[in-house]
Design a protein around this ligand. Structure first.
Ligand code: SF4
Length: 462
């Protein structure tokens, strides 16, 4: 019910129009969770602000996977001492799941903390805070057998994240995710198809990213599969592009490889985290595959779809990694020819197996190995990107920005996830969320520049 001053009456309380400032750390799953949180806050009359100083509610959606994200969150929490006294501060996500109580006790400005499995209860928690309750923690797990949700979108763009599986059963020795996100639980195939049809039909969604910590485990608990889901989503009229992330090499099936050959809307891109090029390191990581198996998968994928572009994650300096093991990763870069990698120096996460390993490596060695990996990868990448020159790619334009020289450039991504910048035909040309064909004129390791060949408008044509 809305009152004269635009307040909404919820239970016993009036919720006047208020502003929330939200900071999200980490992976796409967290960004998706933040969008879901926002969709609930809208029901309590909140709108989002970029200016922390004008916020009534300050919310951090934390990530525990990398030490850097942890440190950033702790430093941002320190800054909340300068906020107005009446501002409510909350922390959710992976750090809050494992350390919620400690955080609430440690930071006097933190009013409540909530875990990864209760984000759909955020409205209730905010209600409790406005009813005067402070210093509480909600980190319970959803114990039901079913995982059933409806995707919420708030951004008004043609792109949507659709969560299809939560949690992870893999327990890689360095990873905190199974402890912060719980065990795997999939949505049902039919529910996802209905959900995506609804997004396409009623919300103008054209590009969908299927999400999961280990997305290709989807459906195992229900005798369903990601490959079958992709094939059915491929039939939806109006859906233009379908992506999925993140994959575990152990769970890439032959059916999934075939889907890359036959599903017309499936992107020419696979992010397949390898983590190391050494079989002995992979064993210590408990990754459940060998490099030989991994390379065979890449070959099958590229055979199924010759336009396939592969990206990966690499950890430099896993505990006790020898120089020989590091060189195996360097050799993998040559063999795999990745289009992009996300590499970082190993840092222990409390509670994981690798954090208990008696590690002899120093930060200097890790840093040097990381720099070697990145340097060689950038050379490989630049070479691959130069192969794009003279070819025409279709992109969905997402934003415009001035380049380093101040000239206005529009930006989008190809089906294979490469960033492309191009200059507008006239200064007032508007390409926001248009599909355009761009001829690539120049390329570096990190981006490509092109000229517009055809503007299809908001729906692609043949
Ligand atoms: S597959 Fe391994 S690295 Fe990925 S979320 Fe699960 S435990 Fe973590």
């Amino acid at each position: 019910m809305t009152t004269e001053n635009n307040s909404i009456k919820v239970g016993e309380l009036d919720f006047p129009p208020r502003k929330v400032w939200m900071k999200t750390y980490g992976c796409q799953m967290n960004y998706h969770d933040s969008e879901r949180i926002m969709s609930h806050l809208i029901n309590l009359n909140f709108t989002q602000t970029e200016n922390q100083q004008e916020a009534d509610l300050v919310l951090f959606n934390t990530c525990a996977v990398r030490d850097l994200a942890n440190q950033k969150f702790y430093s941002h929490m320190g800054e909340t001492n300068h906020l107005r006294k009446e501002v409510i501060v909350a922390a959710g996500g992976c750090i809050a799941q494992t350390e919620g109580k400690e955080l609430v006790a440690k930071y006097k400005t933190l009013d409540f903390a909530f875990g990864t499995d209760v984000i759909d209860n955020i409205g209730e928690m905010v209600y409790r805070a406005y009813a005067g309750e402070r210093k509480f923690t909600v980190t319970s797990w959803d114990r039901s057998d079913n995982y059933s949700i409806e995707t919420k979108i708030t951004q008004g763009t043609p792109q949507a994240f659709v969560n299809i599986i939560k949690g992870c059963d893999k327990f890689c020795s360095y990873c905190i995710v199974p402890f912060t996100r719980g065990r795997e639980k999939s949505r049902r195939h039919a529910e996802v198809v209905t959900d995506v049809k609804r997004l396409v039909e009623y919300s103008g969604i054209q590009e969908v990213m299927l999400l999961g910590q280990n997305v290709n485990s989807f459906g195992k608990d229900n005798n369903e599969s990601l490959a079958d889901l992709i094939m059915d989503l491929d039939q939806i009229n109006g859906l233009e592009l379908l992506r999925y992330t993140t994959s575990h090499p152990y769970d890439v099936t032959d059916e999934l490889v075939s889907a890359h050959a036959s599903a017309k809307k499936l992107a020419n891109h696979l992010h397949l985290p390898v983590q190391s090029g050494s079989n002995t390191v992979l064993q210590r990581m408990l990754r459940e595959y060998t490099i030989e198996h991994y390379l065979e998968l890449l070959a099958k994928m590229r055979k199924a779809n010759p336009h396939m572009v592969i990206t990966t994650d690499i950890i430099a300096g896993f505990p006790n990694e020898t120089e020989e093991e590091h060189q195996a990763t360097m050799q993998l870069l040559e063999l795999a020819q990745y289009d992009n990698i996300f590499s970082y120096a190993y840092s222990p996460r409390k509670g994981t197996k690798s954090a208990r390993m008696n590690d002899v490596l120093t930060d200097d060695i890790r840093g040097r190995r990381l720099r070697e990996i990145m340097k060689r990868q950038l050379e490989i990448q630049e070479n691959l990107r130069k192969g794009m020159i003279g070819k025409i790619y279709r992109i969905l334009v997402s934003e415009k920005k001035p380049d380093k020289k101040g000239a206005l450039k529009w930006t989008g991504r190809t089906s294979c996830m490469r960033l492309v910048h191009f200059a507008p035909e006239t200064l007032d040309s508007d390409y926001q969320w248009h599909w355009v064909d761009v001829e690539i004129l120049s390329a570096t390791a990190l981006s490509t520049q092109g000229k517009i060949i055809k503007d299809h408008g908001k729906r692609p044509t043949l």
